[in-house]
Design a protein around this ligand. Sequence first.
Ligand code: 8GT
Length: 135
Amino acid sequence: MPHYHVVAAIIQHRGKILCAQKGAGKYSYIDYKYEFPGGKVETGEPLEAALRREVLEEIHLNIHVDELYHTVFHKYPDFSITMAAYLCTTSDVGSLLLEEHIQCQWLSPAELPQLNWAAADLPIAEKLAAAAKNV
Ligand SMILES: Nc1nc2c([nH]c(=O)n2[C@@H]2O[C@H](COP(=O)(O)OP(=O)(O)OP(=O)(O)O)[C@@H](O)[C@H]2O)c(=O)[nH]1
């Protein structure tokens, strides 16, 4: 079973977080799920550079990668991933252009668990929501 190293961007802007919905693809268990923008790390590529590259490619957004928030290992039926999710910020949300997602939403951390997340993302969405409750 293939294993991929994935980076994901928790992009924060004015108290909200960007959530992106996938379209239909190869695997029904991921189709139409929400995820954080990002993708696979290329061989030898620094994680933060991979994240900036993927986000620029996918949604045309320049981000600043702040810090590692959570790393998850998840086994899907056909492949597994180790995904490092980073807290990120941006200043130019006006220029969002979706290349690979069917829609995106800006939600407050408390609202995140309402979405239909990819299974690997659920612990991250719940951690963000729980942290917001303790503020
Ligand atoms: N970007 C991203 N991928 C995620 C998340 N959660 C999750 O399970 N994944 C899975 O991790 C894998 C990331 O690969 P990708 O397809 O986005 O990467 P990529 O842009 O490099 O794709 P490519 O292989 O078509 O070039 C996908 O299978 C995706 O479904 C997430 O929050 N963000």
